[in-house]
Design a protein around this ligand. Sequence first.
Ligand SMILES: [Zn+2]
Length: 227
Amino acid sequence: MPHSEKLTDFVLKEASIFSPLANFFESRENKKALKRIDSHFRTDDKSKWDSFLRNTGRKSFVKNLSRDPRSDEKLVMHADNMNRMRSGKKLGTVSGSTGKRYDIVKLRGSPRLGCNCNDWRYKRSVALASSPDSEKDCRHIKQWKREKQTKVAGMSFLKQDRPEKVKDIYKALKRDHPTMPAEMKARIAARQGKPGKQKQGPPYKGPIKSASIPLSFFNALSEILSP
Ligand SMILES: [Zn+2]
């Protein structure tokens, strides 16, 4: 970014109390944005998309583009999502089929994920928000989601992001039933630890012989066995 634009950004951010000054810089930034937009629409040169991509890094460009009558809905969506991607949070990288690394980014202010591949840039970035993930995500994002899922599944149950109640039940089962398979413990704990679950129905009143077996285990078992 050239020095003068850095200064403009600084003034806009830091010195908004000097509103006349801020307005001056802002209108200058807007004028520049309008010029950039105009040059985009005036040329058929293919390289215009390279400068378009660069320009999407500026909020002023995206804002003014959305007001321009020559813009269609898809172009605005494309610019907006590229802007959100460029200022989003990088979640990780994945290797493409040719060994090239791609960045997976959470778009700023959106639950959507972005990628710096051309498929995402030209196709996925203009998929409607209401479309299924299969249309919004490129193959790299899909791969990243799969890798993440595998990682979470392989993580110890107690390290996963779960309610404390569920973890407590899991710990109790682990303590009292050391030979119970982890998968079974996880299933019972997840079922029995659901919010509000403990308040439902009367507690189990059967003859408990061993005090070391937690009530939650019987509750869960009776629930699993009942039709
Ligand atoms: Zn991609």
